[in-house]
Design a protein around this ligand. Structure first.
Ligand SMILES: C[S@@+](CC[C@H](N)C(=O)[O-])C[C@H]1O[C@@H](n2cnc3c(N)ncnc32)[C@H](O)[C@@H]1O
Length: 282
């Protein structure tokens, strides 16, 4: 486990996955029934974009900083709102100045922002140091539970939660060659136990054959209602782009995400291919 998200926090892949996550949470909050979010690979929780790790890669320049320069819009607002909470006084669009953005909220911070008092976050992070930072970040919130255990084992133990509604957010580092396979197996088993939960799996676009095989596995599974979003943003780099597989996306989520992806398109300027949204299973 060598991966440290601090080197990549706020990059384009984060913007893509976190804007989607924030949209899902906004929609979950539309109904009164409490929900539970299981964040299987939660990371450290929040990141300092002026920290040594972030400055070493400067990945946030083409991600969070470019995102902040986009004019405010309803389709971008779910993530802009969380960035504004973590960076008091920030302006978006033409009034944005680089000095206004320092802290980048990771997935548990975004989930916690949208969780109401009776919603719950179960955050799983196996790495001891990352887990310690996560615990500190979430310590003020009584409705957040932190687990230091293996994500795939935790999915077996924590799903289904007692709440009637759940979102399972799965964001592995893909350090091991079998992680796509593990993700597919864990989701298939969890789906059998909670078929109405929303599942969101992030994947990198590095190896076309591996990505095609992952999508084919979902497409030929017995699971209906699977939406897939994919964007290419750096055609000349190893991580060319990324995607998200969404099982049971909420009503009209496809339209909302399509609008959001259109607005993100200027950030994908190195690529000539437009971001794609398609149903693997309608
Ligand atoms: C891509 S980062 C997560 C970023 C976070 N989801 C976010 O959006 O802010 C992946 C995290 O998974 C953790 N991790 C790796 N293998 C794991 C496993 N088997 N179980 C739980 N956590 C794991 C890593 O330590 C790392 O912090």
């Amino acid at each position: 486990m060598n991966y440290r998200h601090a080197y990549h926090a706020g990059n384009l892949a984060d913007i893509f996955k976190h804007l989607t996550l924030a949209h899902l949470l906004v929609q979950l909050r539309d109904k009164d029934t409490p929900f539970c979010v299981i964040d299987t690979h939660a990371g450290a929780g929040s990141y300092d974009l002026r920290g040594t790790e972030a400055l070493k890669t400067c990945e946030a320049q083409s991600g969070a900083f470019a995102f902040a320069k986009l004019e405010p819009d309803a389709a971008l607002a779910p993530l802009q709102e969380v960035l504004a909470k973590w960076n008091l006084g920030i302006s978006f669009g033409k009034d944005f100045q680089e000095k206004q953005l320092r802290f980048y909220p990771g997935s548990p911070a975004i989930i916690q922002h949208y969780a109401r008092a009776n919603d719950r976050l179960l955050a799983v992070e196996k790495h001891p140091e990352e887990n310690k930072k996560l615990r500190k970040m979430l310590s003020p919130y009584f409705n957040a539970q932190i687990h230091q255990r293996d994500a795939w084992e935790a999915m077996g133990a924590l799903i289904p939660p007692p709440e009637k509604r759940a979102l399972v957010f799965i964001d592995p580092p893909y350090e091991q060659p079998d992680e796509m396979e593990k993700a597919f197996t864990a989701i298939s088993k969890a789906y059998e136990r909670m078929a109405h939960a929303v599942f969101a799996l992030w994947y990198p676009v590095v190896d076309d054959i591996a990505v095609a095989s992952l999508k084919e596995k979902f497409a030929s599974s017995g699971i209906p209602k699977i939406l897939c979003l994919e964007a290419e943003f750096s055609p000349r780099k190893t991580l060319r782009g990324c995607g998200l597989i969404l099982i049971n996306p909420p009503w009209k989520m496809g339209e909302k995400l399509s609008e959001a992806l259109n607005l993100l398109q200027p950030l994908f300027a190195e690529s000539s291919a437009p971001a794609e949204l398609s149903w693997l299973k309608p």
